[in-house]
Ligand binder design. Sequence first.
Ligand code: UDP
Ligand code: MG
Length: 309
Amino acid sequence: MKKISVVIPAHNEEGNISLIYQRIKTVFSQLEDYYFEIIFVNDGSRDRTQLILEELATNHSEIKFIEFSRNFGHQPAVKAGMDFADGNAVISMDADLQHPPELIPEMIRKWEEGFDVVLTSRKYPKEISYFKKKTSEIFYRFLSRISDVDLKKGGGSDFRLMDASVVEVFKKFNEDDLFLRGLTSWMGFRQASVNFLAGERNAGESSYNIKKMMKFAFTGITAFSVKPLYLAAYLGFMFSVLSVVGYGIYVIESFVSGTEISGWASLIMTIVFFGGLQLIILGIFGIYLGKIFKQVKERPNYIIRSKNL
Ligand code: UDP
Ligand code: MG
C-alpha cells in the first residue's frame, strides 16, 4: 500500500473542514492500493477551525494538524504541511473545495505513469468573476515572460501532486519569499498536467483581496526574476541616446533659424518626468534590497504553536 499525504492550508475554514475530509475519504475508499493522511495546517484562523481539527483528529487517525502561532499566509502553510508529510506522494489543495478531491485518482494515475509532478490546470466556469479570470491570466503570462519560469496559462493553482523525491527537495528550501508554483516549475523533474473545473468556494470568504493579490504578484515577479533591475540600465541607455540626438537637433535648429528655443514648461515636465523615473527605479532597487534584508535574517517561514502528527 502506498501512502498519499494530502496537505490542506486552512485559514478560517470552519465550514469546510469536515466536508473536505468526507469527500477525500470517499475518494480513497474507491482506491484499493493507496491509503491517505490529511495534514491540515491551521494558519492563524480566528474561527472554530482549530476546535474542529482537534475533534476530528481524536476521532480519525488519518487526520493530522499543525497549528501556526499566527497567520503566516497560504504559501508558508503549504510548505509546513509538506515539511511534515511522509507519503510516497504529497498532494496540496485548498480547503474550500475549489479543488475537487475527485480529481485525485487521475493525478495518482499520472504519477504512476512516471511523472514526478502532476500539476492541475484550472478552467473557469462562467460564474467566476471576469476580473479574477482576466487578472490571473494576465499575471501568469506576464510572469512567464519576465522571469525564467514557465507558468502555463491557468496553471497557477496550488492543487498538485508531488512525488516524495520532489518534496524532499522542497524541504531543503529556506527562501523567505515562498512562491511554490514558481519553485515547482523551476525545479524541473518530469511534469504533467490535468484539467479541472474550478468551482465557487463552499463556505466562508476568500482570504485573498486585491491587496493580497498584488503582494502575491510582486512576490512572484521579484522572487523569480532580476529583470526589473535591468530596467534602470535599459532606460538609462535609451534616454542617453535620445538626449544626444535631441541635443544635435536643437543646436542645428538654432543655427538655421537664428533664434534660441525657449520653453520652461517643457523643461519642468522633463525634470518631473526624470524625477519620477528615478524614484521608480530606486523603489525597484529597494524591493530587492528588502528581500536580501529579510533573507539574511533567516527567520523561519512559520512558527508552530501546536501539532498533532
Ligand atoms: N489560506 C491560508 N492562509 C491565508 C489565506 C488563505 O492558509 O492567509 C488558505 C485558505 O484556507 C484556502 C487556500 O489558502 O485553503 C486558498 O485561499 P482562498 O480560498 O481564500 O483563496 P482564493 O481561492 O480566493 O484564491
Ligand atoms: Mg478559494
